[in-house]
Write a protein that binds this ligand. Structure first.
Ligand code: ADP
Length: 372
């Protein structure tokens, strides 16, 4: 919704005040607030306070004013597409040239009204411009609410994991001490119970760590990300998985890696989770083979991580990306069920997509896209 009267007002730019007066009168019957300016810098400073639409006489849009306007438009937030209504002068050369009209239309949300204008034409143009602007402000409100919710989630996960870690650490310490100093006094069942406490504490710690990563991934801002070589992120992921790769005697094949606009740590985490899963869900029937590739696909990079492991039944190919979703017991394969949910969060924050598809032979191919 409009937050204040500025946001619903129509800023009128006419180099001669006369037109402004006439337009003001024309709009007063619509019950629309207006503000008048006679040059573009003043118009833009009025719009900076908030604006519903701008009504501009085309003679005000000189070449230098257009440069200024283009710059101003480029600095607007992504949700904003301010409606401009341009009053073209019948008989004036400027806007009659189709090229200039085209130039304006390409600049943004411009509509052209020819003078002498009819009252109803102005009324309907202003009314629909304000309706469109209202919808943009609603998008802004929703985006801000989402950002607040994400920030709240991160703060909650931060304090929850911090507060829960403290007692958990005590459980781990005291059960370790118990095992170290009193295990001789326990019978086999007592020792089994103690082992259960210790492994539950370890698992809870892993869950808290992943919950925190998930919350961090929710608050990623993808704007102003410098380009980085994906090979570097992949190198980090493979380095962290060094032990697991040798333990599985896996052959990891890596294709050419592009330059991507992502934070290196996010791409590294994505690749590490996917390659880590390819190692974990391997088949003991085959030599483990993992292929990591990236190819250009339109305006995206398509990354793929293929394995020849146990594969994923079709019915679960979407659910596995949910929080805490697992297809196996912890006894068979260790894990928290958060790895793919974190991957999905990261990819979505960069406006990409992640999915899994079966390979023609064995195993799975995880695919994700990120902007080029
Ligand atoms: P975790 O591995 O901790 O269980 P994930 O979110 O990474 O959690 O994966 C969710 C589930 O998807 C896993 O429990 C597993 O059943 C399945 N899965 C993920 N990657 C693979 C893979 N490469 N091959 C077979 N199954 C997989």
């Amino acid at each position: 919704m409009f937050r204040n009267a500025f946001e619903s007002r129509v800023v009128i730019l006419t180099p001669t005040g006369r037109d402004a007066h006439l337009l003001g009168q024309a709009l007063s019957s619509l019950d629309v607030r207006t503000a008048a300016a006679t040059n573009l810098p003043v118009t833009l400073s009025l719009l900076a306070e908030g604006g519903g639409a701008a009504l501009i006489a085309d003679e005000a849009l000189t070449p230098s004013a257009l440069v200024m306007l283009r710059h101003w438009l480029s600095e607007q937030p992504p949700w904003s597409d301010l409606p401009f209504i341009i009053l073209t002068g019948a008989g004036r050369a400027t806007l009659q040239s189709g090229q200039r009209a085209q130039e304006l239309l390409e600049l943004g949300n411009f509509s052209l009204i020819e003078r002498p204008m009819r009252l109803e034409t102005i009324h309907s143009a202003v009314r629909s411009a304000l309706r469109a602007r209202l919808r943009q402000y609603e998008v802004r409100d929703r985006q801000e609410a989402l950002q607040r919710a994400n920030a709240d989630l991160e703060q909650f996960a931060n304090s929850a994991s911090h507060d829960l870690r403290e007692p958990l650490r005590n459980i781990a310490i005291y059960s370790d001490l118990l095992a170290l100093e009193h295990s001789a006094g326990l019978d086999p069942q007592g020792r089994e119970f103690l082992e259960s406490i210790r492994s539950s504490a370890t698992r809870m710690n892993a869950l808290l760590t992943d919950l925190l990563s998930y919350a961090h991934a929710s608050s990623i801002s993808e704007s102003d990300v410098p380009p980085i070589p994906a090979a570097k992120a992949l190198g980090t992921a493979l380095g962290n998985l060094d032990f697991a790769i040798s333990e599985a005697c896996a052959a990891v094949t890596v294709g050419d890696m592009p330059i991507v606009r992502m934070h290196e740590s996010h791409l590294a985490q994505l690749l590490q989770n996917l390659i880590g899963n390819a190692l974990k869900y391997r088949s003991d029937q085959r030599v483990v083979q993992i292929i990591v590739k990236a190819i250009a696909a339109g305006d995206q990079w398509l990354f793929t991580v293929e394995d020849n492991g146990i594969g994923i039944p079709e019915a679960y190919r979407e659910t596995i990306f949910g929080i805490f979703k697992r297809l196996h017991t912890t006894g068979r394969y260790a894990g928290t069920g958060m790895g793919l949910a974190i991957c999905q969060r990261i990819v979505e924050r960069y406006h990409g997509r992640i999915w899994v598809e079966p390979r023609t032979t064995y195993g799975s191919r995880f695919c994700f896209t990120v902007p080029r």
